[in-house]
Each structure stands twice: as C-alpha cells, then as structure tokens.
Design a protein around this ligand. Structure first.
Ligand SMILES: [Zn+2]
Length: 304
C-alpha cells in the first residue's frame, strides 16, 4: 500500500474501521463504474460473479467522489468496467490505485461502435461518452464485457458467451420495440431538447432533432451563453415539450420552459438507472420509460 497517495490510505483505514464489506462466495471480483454498466455486466457474468458498483442508482455518474467502501472494493477487484471517453472524471483516482493485478476496461473506447462528437459546451468535439443510449451501443459493450470476462475466467467462457448472445438478441428486440413506439410520434414533433447532451446516440437511432443546454454534466452547468443559445432555439422551433434528466438539476430547463411558455417533461433517465422501485429499474426499463415519456409529451398516436 506504500505506493498509494496518502488520501487513499486514509480512506482505506476509514473503510476498514467503519464497514464490514460483504464477503462473496466467488473468488472473482468485478466492479462496474455505474448502474447502467452494472446491469450490462450482470447480463453476461450471471449470478456466479459478484459485481460491485461505484456510483449507485439515481446518482450522477459524472460528479462522484470515491467513498471509503469504493476504495476498498477497488483494492479487492480483478476488473473494473467503466465507460471511458471522460464520462467518469473520478476514474483518475482508480487509475492511481491500480497495479498489475487490476484490469481497467473502458467499454465505450473498446466498443465496435462509432462515436459521435459532443455537440456543445466545454468538451465540444470530444467523443460523446453516452453510447449506451442506443441499444446497438449497449450491444457493443456486451461484446467487450464477454471478451474480457472470458479472458480472465476462461473456465466460464462458454457460459459468458451464451449469455452474451442472449443479451444481444434481447437488445435487438428492445431496439425494435422502441422504434415501433417512437414511430407513433409525428415527424414534425420529433424534437428532443434536454439539459445535458446525453441523448445524441438515442436521437440518431430514433430520428429526433436533438439539442441540449450543456455538453456533459461535469462542466459548468447552464452558463448565460448556453442559456441564451437554447432560448433563441426555442423561439425559432417551438417544440411540443422540453425535457430534463434524473441526475441533472432541472432549474435551467424549468426557467427556459417558463420563459417560452412550453411544457417541461421528465425525468428522462440517461446517466443512472433509478432505484429498484423506480421506472428505470434496469436497462430495458430505462429506455422504455424514456420512449413512453417522449411518446406522451410529443403527441404520439394513441393506441387502438
Ligand atoms: Zn451524462
């Protein structure tokens, strides 16, 4: 532990004194950076491998600080699956702790899925990290997860690959369901304006015009310039509704909506699943909830 910066050693001591980490029957320890990745890893890993998650459901993945239990979990882990492309700025602390026994895998950066550039704000033109918002992006994550787990735990490779194939089929079916649901929204109403630009991949997959006030949640939120740009856009476009997300403050969108006399709808789930009793309790439920919310707010056709 001598190689660790002093703050990590302090956190480890606090963790050792204050918490009794759950012991797993399994000798494999896998970490997911946040709730969406936890869901995808569990689909491939099955229930024989314990998945520990750093940022819990309902919390913003961008703005997080490692807790003492997080640090202890990283110390015990074999693999950390994270998104990458700057989604988790706090991963630099995990990187500072890593040694030869810990494998760090950035799913988005290793996925066979073309990134889009961030459309606005401080990180404009960097690769947009939110690839999981398209089920095809999530399927590309599944491939990386299956490959990594199979390399680490070859005795279980067949089970991982079987589950990964099943997960890919389920994602293809989800994609089809979302398409059918969203096709019920008239083309002129397919306008998706949110607080954070986290839905570009979703907008591309399902044919929405897309814009957001800021690029990613860890930049300065809602600067005067960004608010003015969106305000001008609203005057021009007059969309049926505006949207906010579960893990970003809604005050900025709320102010714009009141100013332009437009309806504010939400929350959309992007950077976190909800708690298990919420509407986005797993990955498919998250996207289905978002599709239903958009369908309702943007004047989708009523079912027969
Ligand atoms: Zn985000």
């Amino acid at each position: 532990m001598d190689k660790h910066p002093p703050w990590i050693i302090t956190l480890l001591l606090v963790a050792t004194v204050n918490s009794t980490p759950a012991m797993s029957d399994s000798s494999f320890n896998v970490i997911a950076s946040f709730s969406v990745i936890e869901d995808l890893v569990e689909r491939v890993a099955g229930d024989t491998i314990r998945v520990n998650t750093i940022v819990p459901a309902d919390k913003d993945v961008h703005r997080w600080e490692l807790t003492p239990p997080n640090v202890l979990a990283v110390e015990e882990a074999d693999i950390v699956f994270y998104n990458g492309y700057g989604l988790e700025p706090w991963m630099r602390h995990v990187e500072a702790m890593s040694d030869d026994t810990l494998t760090l895998i950035a799913l988005a950066e290793n996925a066979d899925y073309a990134p889009l550039p961030i459309s606005t704000g401080q990180y404009k033109d960097n690769p947009d990290p939110h690839m999981w918002m398209d089920p095809k992006g999530a399927a590309a994550y599944i491939d990386v997860i299956a490959h990594t787990l199979s390399q680490h735990y070859p005795e279980k490779a067949e089970a991982f690959n079987t589950r990964a194939a099943k997960a890919r089929d389920a994602l293809a079916m989800l994609d089809q369901q979302l398409k059918e649901r969203l096709d019920g929204i008239p083309q002129t109403n397919r306008v998706l304006y949110t607080s954070e630009a986290g839905m570009a991949y979703f907008a591309r997959a399902y044919n929405f015009e897309y814009a957001a006030i800021w690029g990613v949640n860890h930049e300065t939120l809602g600067s005067a310039h960004a608010m003015e740009t969106m305000s001008k856009r609203l005057i021009e476009k007059r969309p049926p509704a505006l949207f906010h997300e579960s893990t970003a403050p809604s005050i900025h969108m709320d102010a714009l909506a009141r100013d332009a006399e437009l309806t504010l709808s939400g929350p959309l789930y992007v950077d976190a699943l909800s708690a298990s009793d919420g509407p986005a309790y797993n990955y498919p439920a998250m996207l289905q909830h978002n599709a239903n919310l958009l369908h309702e707010a943007l004047g989708g056709a009523r079912e027969e």
